[in-house]
Design a protein around this ligand. Structure first.
Ligand SMILES: N[C@@H](CCC(=O)N[C@@H](CS)C(=O)NCC(=O)O)C(=O)O
Length: 225
């Protein structure tokens, strides 16, 4: 058993990004196990049968397998940049609007936009392109919420990043990347600027570095390095 927490992670997953951001910000070292979703390690599925990343296993056997819980677990131990300073209720509400499971939440539309071919199958009379366009349109109410917040401050809830920025930006990155040309021309200058600043930040550059795929028996890879 490792004397460090073990993090199962997938580089491009926005949820796993949250976990790595929390660990980096809190400067908590873990053994990072990079996986691919089509070939999940048996140990990960055994300790967390829902088999989603991120999964954090603490040396005392405690399992944390929800991204927001990992982010909060890390920051509650060490939060040198005061990411927990913003109002908790507003923060939670905004995060829920992002990746909550209701069909009104942004993640629902993001999935249909990014994976329109999969979702078009649900209703064969609607083309893949129409599915994507509807999903993108439906996402815009949420993007407008961010845009208004970012008209007041350079970050969502303050003049510096807080939990909400780091919990949400990985999903907006995925949205922007699902139609880059459209995003670059879309009427959301504040959100575009905020996203660019996130992507250029040392925090994102550090958590987005590439790690080799983990397999059982490999020497441990530590994160942050
Ligand atoms: N609610 C979970 C969701 C995590 C999640 O859905 N992660 C995706 C990857 S981005 C996943 O592992 N999906 C499982 C799969 O595709 O098999 C969390 O916040 O950690």
């Amino acid at each position: 058993m490792s004397d460090l927490p073990i993090l199962y992670s997938f580089r491009r997953c926005p949820y796993a990004m949250r976990a790595r951001i929390g660990l980096l910000e809190a400067n908590i070292k873990v053994e990072l196990r990079e996986i691919v979703l089509r070939d999940k390690p048996a140990h990960m599925c055994q300790i967390s049968p829902k088999a989603t990343v991120p999964v954090l296993l603490l040396p005392n056997g405690t399992l944390i397998d929800e991204s927001l819980d990992i982010l909060l677990w890390a920051l509650n131990q060490n939060d040198p940049n005061n990411l927990l300073a913003a109002d908790k209720n507003i923060t939670n509400k905004l995060i829920e609007q992002t990746d909550g499971t209701k069909s009104s939440h942004f993640k629902h539309h993001l999935d249909r936009y990014k994976y329109a071919s999969r979702h078009a199958v649900e209703n064969p009379r609607v083309s893949e392109q129409a599915t994507a366009l509807t999903a993108r349109k439906d996402s815009e109410t949420y993007i407008q919420t961010l845009e208004s917040l970012l008209a007041n401050n350079p970050f969502l809830l303050a003049d510096k990043p807080t939990l909400a920025d780091y919990a949400i930006a990985p999903f907006i990155r995925q949205f922007a990347n699902s139609g880059r040309e459209w995003w670059n021309a879309a009427p959301y200058p504040n959100t575009q600027k905020w996203l660019e600043a996130f992507i250029a930040s040392p925090t994102f550059q550090t958590i987005f570095q590439k790690f080799p795929l983990w397999k059982d028996g490999d020497p441990p890879i530590h994160f942050p390095t």
